[in-house]
Design a protein around this ligand. Sequence first.
Ligand SMILES: [Zn+2]
Length: 221
Amino acid sequence: DGPVSLAVINGDHDQKIRGVARWEGDIAEDASIHDMMGKGYLVITIEPKKGERYQGIVALEGDNLAEILEGYFANSEQLKTRIWIRNGEIDGKKYAAGMLIQVMPDGTGSPEDFEHLEQLTDTVKNEELFTLEANELLYRLYNQEKVRLFEPQPVEFHCGCSRERSGAAIVTIDRAEVNDILAELGSISLHCDYCGTTYTYDEAEVSELFIEANSGNKTLH
Ligand SMILES: [Zn+2]
């Protein structure tokens, strides 16, 4: 119930992500997550390739998003986790970066080990986090530890919207309502808030969509 009514990120196992936030009015530069969200909660939904999708819901307990996510891992996954999320500017360029440390689900490692890594990670400076390559950063932070570095995966923006999916959404609207919009505007437009693309359908294209949808030919998903 704060000025930010919704903030959502979708991502997949290929690190392709998209996100959108909805807000009203001006938000102060130093606003906390509680100032922004008011009363709210964090929902994490995981859709495995096989099997049922599952959802974890936690209260916004903590001073910032990192602490709230730590709470999620503690409650829903029962995994001790620390997260650092930083954002800032260097030479006029904006950065956001983060780190996560987490106990291995197999139970190896002691609480002292974890605490030790926490303390080391706490020393990370914004500039290091923003500008250093991962291997260099890991070396600086944990140079007395044995580090195994996995192949890095690029994280990139990707929106899965398409003309076909927008069309599938239109045919779920009542036909009479669609006709009203067409009569008034001459066409129907759907706007994707994630990537900013607008899909427009004229009257003939809308008719085509409904014919296809009613023919039982499931080409639309
Ligand atoms: Zn899109």
